[in-house]
Design a protein around this ligand. Structure first.
Ligand SMILES: [Zn+2]
Length: 57
């Protein structure tokens, strides 16, 4: 189980081995993090800001 760094509070976030891109993880600091897979296969976390703002329709 990889442990990544929370981009918001800097604390450790335990990510399940089978985490899928797009999966949402609630962190202890109250933020919701989205699992994002990079082209090289590594995983990063970014704050999930909710749906509807990025689609521009
Ligand atoms: Zn956090």
């Amino acid at each position: 189980m990889p442990t990544l760094k929370c981009p918001v509070c800097g604390g450790p976030v335990e990510v399940p081995d089978d985490a899928m891109p797009g999966e949402l993880i609630d962190h202890d600091c109250g933020v919701t993090l989205e699992v994002v897979k990079r082209d090289d296969g590594s995983i990063e976390l970014r704050p999930f800001e909710g749906v509807g703002e990025d689609w521009g329709e």
